[in-house]
Design a protein. Structure first.
Length: 144
């Protein structure tokens, strides 16, 4: 017996998730939600998601993938992680946590938030407030 829900049920769940975030469930958004959230929590770049959609024969452009990922981030469905110069990952786990970043492979691994303690942060510039602290622990293979 298969544990995979029927396609129409997955599409309904994706559309409901979009509506709950205040977004209209267009065909392209539903397809991207299914690709993003159908495999549990993960970290993905726009290019990786685009390649996945091409393999699934979903008719979306790379620009649409970028724009939609940013819409999903603004709606609270994703977290964007800027790693290095111009490299952004999108995280489907929006709960409190931090990351290990493997410099050699570019892989991100979640670290539970309670395992990282930040003793203090500097005062923010006048007229602003700290909205959060994201810790990215960069690691490399011991043989590097």
């Amino acid at each position: 017996m298969s544990t995979t829900p029927p396609i129409d049920e997955v599409a309904r769940d994706a559309a409901a998730r979009l509506r709950a975030a205040g977004l209209r469930p267009t065909r392209q958004r539903v397809a991207l939600v299914r690709a993003l959230f159908g495999q549990g929590d993960r970290h993905v770049t726009a290019e990786q998601l685009y390649a996945e959609t091409q393999a699934l024969d979903v008719g979306v452009s790379l620009a649409t993938v970028y724009n939609t990922l940013h819409q999903f981030t603004r709606a609270g469905l994703l977290r964007e992680l800027a790693i290095g110069s111009g490299r952004s990952y999108f995280d489907t786990n929006t709960g409190h946590h931090h990351h290990f970043f493997y410099e050699g492979t570019g892989q991100l691994v979640d670290v539970p938030g309670e395992l990282v303690q930040v003793a203090s942060v500097p005062l923010p510039p006048k007229g602003t407030e700290v909205s959060g602290v994201d810790v990215i622990i960069r690691i490399k293979d011991g043989g590097c």
